[in-house]
Every structure is written in C-alpha cells, then in structure tokens.
Design a protein around this ligand. Structure first.
Ligand code: NAP
Length: 245
C-alpha cells in the first residue's frame, strides 16, 4: 500500500513518524520546496510542485497511490484545492489533516481579517511597531504601508516587495513564551499580525500579546474544499488510513 502525504507542516512530519515502519506501507512525503533546508520526515521524500491538479492526478496513478492525505498548512489553499480535484479524478480516497484554529480567550484583543490585504487595511488604526508573523510569501500585501515599522519574522529571508521600514528576524518555531515576551519588549511592538495557523508551536506570541495588552490581527484561514473529510490530529489521520486501505 502506498500513501502520499502532502506536507510541509509539523503535523505532516508527526503523521509520517506514526506511519513509519508499518509493515506493507510505503509513505511518500511531498514538500513544495519553499524552505531552503526543511526538517525532513521519515520515509520517501519528493520535493516540488506536481503541475496543478492534473499533474497530481497523474502522479497518483503513476505511483499507484492508495490514499492521499493533505496535511499542508491551513493557509496553503491552492494545493488543497488541487488535492481535492486530483483525488476525485484518480479515484483515490482523500483526507485533510488540519490542526484546529486558535480561539480567543478573556483578555485577548483580536481583530479578525479576511485576508492579508484586509489585515494591512486594519493596521493604521492599531499601532506603529508591527510584528508581522504571516511569512515572507505574503509580505507584498503590506508593502504599500510606508509609515509603520515592521519586524518581519520568517524562516528564510524575504526577497520580494516589502514595507519601506522593515527589519527581518530569521527564526523558525517552535517559539517559547519567554522568547516571545522578549521579542515584544526588545522591539517595542504594539501590534502583532498572524494567520490563524493553530497549533502549539507558534501560539506563545498570542499569550505574550495578551499579557502585554497588545492587539492582534488574526487572518482567518480558507475553508477545506467542499466534501473533503477533515481531521484535526495526526493520530486521527493514522486511524483513518488504517480503516481506509
Ligand atoms: P499553495 O499556495 O497552496 O500551493 C502553491 C503550489 O505549490 C501548489 O499549486 C503546488 O504546485 C505547490 N505545493 C504546495 N504544497 C506542496 C506540497 N506539499 N508538495 C508539492 N507541491 C506543493 O501553498 P503555499 O501556501 O505556497 O505553501 C507551500 C508549502 O509550504 C505547503 O506545503 C505548506 O504546507 C507549507 N507551509 C505553508 C504555510 C503558509 O502559511 N501558506 C506555512 C507553513 C508551511 P503545483 O500546482 O505545481 O503542484
């Protein structure tokens, strides 16, 4: 049996670890190739796009894939849409593994944004020293904001358009609460911008912002494609696989 995991997340790696060594099961992990030196999961690893939904469907057939698990980041909407189309075309069972989103608690000052562009619109009224944790790929949405100062944290250095007043902090989660408190203090941050990525690895910034009474702009995640079954943990995904193939 052959399972293809569309990865690039902590949950995808954890799932690969859970499945590793299962007798009779080949696990292929697929990475987009965005990060220069990714943490590699156990099992086979392939890197790079498939060439849209058609390319992915062809790959599923050619490699005789029995089940497809889309464990990509909740904000990786294109590949999830392609996975739904490809699975339907190639008649391969598909599961979406999405870590649950974050929910505000008492003391949080959250401002929901429908997109990165909407987040950029909200910023001028909220603060002047902005901690932008939405990743280097979406930086262009903020590039026109010339007044505020931005601390941009990303795994690899951003190379596209960016706001005029930007400092880059290269770092990769998981992050600690003490570390996040220190970032807010050292850089005099007065607004945090985040995607609703969910999970524990990047959540401490939310606690640090609550403690410091700093507003947080939270970008809502795109919906899982219609009709696709969704689970919230690698353990549930492993159970689904066991029952499916
Ligand atoms: P995206 O916009 O949904 O995908 C763009 C294209 O990248 C896809 O059409 C596909 O190319 C290729 N691709 C994406 N994920 C792939 C995978 N796992 N294996 C092979 N090809 C893949 O995705 P994105 O937002 O750029 O994210 C890219 C990767 O980074 C994802 O794997 C995701 O899990 C990870 N990631 C994303 C975020 C985020 O905030 N978006 C955060 C952390 C990690 P083809 O059409 O040619 O197949």
């Amino acid at each position: 049996m052959h399972v293809l995991i569309l990865g690039g997340t902590t949950e995808a790696r954890r799932l690969a670890e859970l499945l590793h060594g299962t007798p009779g099961l080949t696990v292929t992990n697929s990475l987009a190739g965005r990060v220069a030196s990714p943490r590699l999961p156990p099992g086979e690893v392939r890197v790079g796009g498939f060439g849209g939904a058609e390319g992915l469907a062809a790959w599923l057939r050619e490699h005789q894939v029995d089940a497809l698990i889309d464990a990509t980041h909740p904000f990786a909407g294109t590949i999830s849409f392609n996975a739904a189309r490809a699975a339907a075309t190639a008649h391969v069972p598909l599961l979406a593994l999405r870590r649950p989103g974050w929910v505000p608690v008492a003391g949080d000052d959250w401002h929901e944004a429908a997109s990165l562009e909407h987040a950029a619109e909200l910023l001028p009224g909220l603060g002047e020293r902005i901690f932008l944790t939405t990743g280097r790929m979406g930086l262009a949405a903020f590039a026109h904001l010339s007044e505020p100062w931005f601390l941009v944290r990303s795994v690899d250095a951003p190379d596209g358009p960016r706001p005029a007043r930007t400092e880059v902090l290269l770092d990769r989660g998981p992050f600690t609460l003490d570390g996040e408190r220190e970032v807010l203090r050292r850089y005099g941050i007065d607004v945090v911008v985040t995607k609703d990525s969910g999970g524990a690895a990047t959540a401490p910034k939310l606690t640090a912002a609550r403690e410091a009474q700093i507003p947080v702009v939270v970008v809502r995640r795109p919906a899982v494609p219609e009709g696709v079954r969704e689970v919230g943990s690698p353990e549930e995904a492993a159970r689904w696989l066991d029952q499916t193939i």
